[in-house]
Write a new protein. Sequence first.
Length: 198
Amino acid sequence: MTDLKKMCRVCMAEASVLVKLDKTTKITDKLSEDLKNCNEAEVSPGFLLQECSGGPVETGEFFPQVMCELCIKKLRQAYLFKRRYKRSMETLRMMKTEADDHEICDLLESEDWELIDRIQRENVESEESKEVNECKEIEVKLEEDLGEEFIEEPKKMFKCPDCPCSFTGKAHLTSHRRTHNKAPRKNPTRVRRRPVKD
C-alpha cells in the first residue's frame, strides 16, 4: 500500500515536494496579485480545496493531508477563475438593476399626469355640485314649508375674477377658484365690498 504521507490529496501520486493543506505559503502568481489588490490575506491549499470542491476537507488517517505543487498551481487557477466569475456576476446583476430602475423611471415619465390632475379637479367639482344640490334641496323644503313670499334670494356678493360665477360666501368662492387650477389673486387696488345690512 502507498504511504499516505507521501501521496498528493488530489492526484494521489507520490511527489518529492509536498505542501501541507493547512500551511499558508506566499506564492507569486495571478491569484496572489488578485488577493493583494482586494486587500485579502494569502490562502492555504486546504481553504482552496474546500472553496473549489464545494464541501469540507475531511481529515483522518485515511485522507492524505498534503498536495503536490502541480495540483496546488491548478487549484489556485481554479479559485482565481471562481473569484472572477463571482465578481462578473455581481457587476451584471448591478447593471440589470440599473436597467430596471431606468425602465421604471421611463414609465413614470410617460405617465399621463394631466389625467390625474383632471380626475382631482372633477372630484372637487363633484363635491361642489353636491353642496349646491344640498342647498337647493333645503330651499325647496323651505319654500314648501313657509311659502314663496317668505323666501328671499340671497345676495351673491363674491364674484369670481376668472369666470362669471358669483357666490354668497367667501368659502364657496375660494373652493370654486381651485377649479381654475391657480391660487386666488390678490389685487391691492380692488376695494372689498361689505354686505349691506338691511
